[in-house]
Design a binder for this molecule. Structure first.
Ligand code: PMP
Length: 398
């Protein structure tokens, strides 16, 4: 049977990591993989996470199944984290949240729910979007189409083109938006632009489907959830897929959540029953460990404070690196003004190099990034900034 299956090419980002690991050049720099690293190039367990984990190991006395929706207390806490305290949709009993295996799990479960509710729906994704959105959503059987978003020339959102496309979207379709720290461009909607998106969604009747994988990495926990909170206030139906991989550093534990805002609480009850039937058929119930850690942190004032401080440190390191990279690059060459990197947010930016230049950086300088010149800012280190800037200057000049 399996002889009919061809060998697939390696995932480009994972392939890049392997190539980086095999590179023996001591000056090598990994700007490919999208995980947070500190200035020593490590991704340590956050202290608040380690403390909560130690507590859990002492307290957990059973490995019996948990609830199919995950820990109820954690669901209430992560709903507050995403939507804030006393959000009107939460107070009206219109939000249902379930734990999912990471943000990917949330995206896929949402796609399956959409497929049940409206199999003919199209999901509109930004050009560009995170590459994994396409198989995650498309493999649930939904149609995918694109709306214009990032303009590679101006290194910013082409908002008029985006609005123009949104104004033509049929009622009942879904529009995938990135809450903050757009992956792969780093270009985020301003508050005013979120308001305009809400206006068009109301006017047209499309449903916002928001991916929030970096809450706290852009400008802060509240600021980064401005879009989801606003849309959930102004619209009858909103989907929010959340990942805790980055902001709690729980990558391998697969911690995420899916919150759906329904028209009213009875639709919400029906919707939750459908969500649980989707997950039952996919994986039965979510992994417990990561969510239990989040549950402990969010129910302890002290651990919450410690976690937020650590998150602030990560965010400040990224924005500092953005600023320092611009300073280093703009000080040694005038060919390209790289100041856009400091205007962008989160883990990623496009340098705007062509594929040959990217390959040259890899071959001649052991600097690794994806072929489209997307860099993962957290992969930089302050002691490597000058090396990276000099290398970019040389390939721009050649
Ligand atoms: N959405 C986006 C935009 C992401 O960048 C990621 C992680 N790279 C995810 C969702 C999913 O994250 P995970 O499944 O690892 O929690």
């Amino acid at each position: 049977m399996f002889s009919s299956l061809p060998l697939l090419p390696a995932d480009p980002i994972l392939g890049l990591s392997v190539a980086y690991q095999q590179d023996t050049n001591p000056a090598k720099v990994d700007l490919g993989v999208g995980i947070y690293k500190n200035d020593a190039g490590e991704t340590p367990v956050m202290a608040a996470v380690a403390a909560a984990e130690a507590l859990r190991l002492r307290q957990e006395n059973s490995k019996a199944y948990t609830h199919p929706a995950g820990y109820p207390g954690a669901n209430a806490a992560v709903t507050r984290l995403a939507f804030g305290n006393n959000h009107p949709a939460a107070d009206a009993g219109r939000i249902r949240t379930i734990q999912t295996p990471g943000g990917c799990g949330a995206l896929r479960v949402a796609a399956e729910l959409i497929q049940r509710a409206r199999p003919s729906a199209t999901i509109w994704v930004s050009t560009p979007t995170w590459a994994n959105h396409i198989p995650l959503l498309g493999n649930a059987g939904l149609q995918l189409r694109e709306y214009p978003y990032y303009d590679y020339q101006s290194h910013s959102i082409d908002f008029p083109a985006m609005l123009d496309a949104l104004r033509k979207i049929p009622a009942g379709d879904l529009v995938l938006l990135h809450a903050a720290c757009h992956n792969p461009s780093g270009a985020d909607l301003s508050r005013e632009q979120w308001q305009q998106v809400a206006d068009v969604a109301l006017e047209r009747g499309f449903i916002p489907f928001i991916d929030m994988a970096y809450q706290g990495f852009g400008e802060g926990l509240e600021a980064d959830s401005y879009g989801p909170r606003l849309l959930a206030e102004r619209l009858p139906e909103v989907i929010l897929a959340v990942s805790f991989s980055k902001n709690f550093g729980l990558y391998r534990e697969r911690a995420g959540a899916l919150s759906v805002v329904f028209r009213d609480s009875s639709e919400a009850d029906a919707g939750l029953s459908q969500l649980l039937s989707v997950t039952r058929a996919l994986y039965s119930m979510p992994p417990a460990h990561g969510s239990a850690i989040i549950d402990i942190i969010l129910h302890s004032d002290e651990l919450t404070r410690q976690w937020q401080e650590e998150l602030d440190t990560m965010r400040n390191r990224i924005s500092g690196l953005r600023q320092n990279l611009v300073t280093s690059l703009n000080a040694i060459q005038q060919q390209v003004d790289f100041s856009f990197i400091a205007r962008e947010r989160g883990m990623f930016s496009f340098l705007g190099l062509n594929r040959d230049q990217v390959l040259q950086l890899r071959r001649d300088y052991s600097i690794y990034m994806t072929d489209n010149s997307r860099i993962s800012i957290a992969g930089l280190r302050n002691d490597k900034l000058d090396y990276v800037a000099q290398a970019i200057k040389s390939i721009l000049a050649s």
